[in-house]
Design a binder for this molecule. Structure first.
Ligand code: COA
Length: 159
């Protein structure tokens, strides 16, 4: 099994079904609309289609994760989230680097993602990895105040 080094004494490993509760918790800490644990269990049970990467310590305490979807030669970053207490230490970068390096071994040539156009931290992270905006989706993310934010669609080549 592949392992990648990560900052703060962590490493990145492939996500497993047992990680579903931790991923649901981290996701709820990063987004207004959380996803139920059962949804993560379904993704984690199908690593060929929806591989996940977790930044973890030796005791499997997970500080962040990234979840992808693969379809033919395209991939999508479904979501990425780091524990709010552990942000800004390079964990998000380590997760994305592990996922992108893994994909260089596959027929996947492109990664897409959607991000709230107001999410400067995430957009800066994606730009660092070569993602460029290719479009927008209006009224895509529901906000707590009842309005909806525009999503930026970004794309990066693999490899
Ligand atoms: C986006 C997120 C995953 C980044 O994780 P992180 O571990 O804090 O990020 P890192 O420390 O690895 O930072 C990587 C890069 O992201 C950018 N970045 C991270 N935090 C930033 C901030 N607060 N402001 C501006 N840029 C920031 C920088 O470019 C940074 O690179 P640098 O350190 O060389 O400058 C994290 O902020 C998060 O979980 N946010 C909530 C969920 C979310 O918005 N997910 C993305 C939705 S599409």
């Amino acid at each position: 099994m592949n392992l990648w080094l990560a900052p703060a004494g962590l490493h990145v490993a492939r996500g497993e079904v047992r990680d579903a509760p931790a991923l649901a918790r981290l996701h709820a800490g990063g987004f207004f609309r959380g996803w139920p644990t059962a949804e993560f269990e379904a993704y984690l049970a199908d690593p060929a289609t929806t591989p996940a990467y977790v930044a973890t310590d030796a005791k499997r305490t997970i500080a962040g994760f990234a979840l992808l979807r693969l379809a033919d030669d395209e991939s999508e970053l479904l979501t990425i989230a780091v524990d709010p207490k552990r942000r800004g230490k390079g964990i998000g970068r380590a997760l994305l680097a592990a996922a992108l390096s893994d994909l260089t071994m596959t027929p996947v040539t492109t990664m897409f993602l959607e991000v709230d156009e107001a999410n400067g931290a995430a957009i800066a992270l994606y730009r660092r990895f070569g993602f460029v905006p290719v479009g927008t989706r209006k009224a895509y993310y529901p906000r707590p105040d009842g309005t909806a934010a525009t999503a930026l669609v970004m794309r990066a080549p693999i490899g």
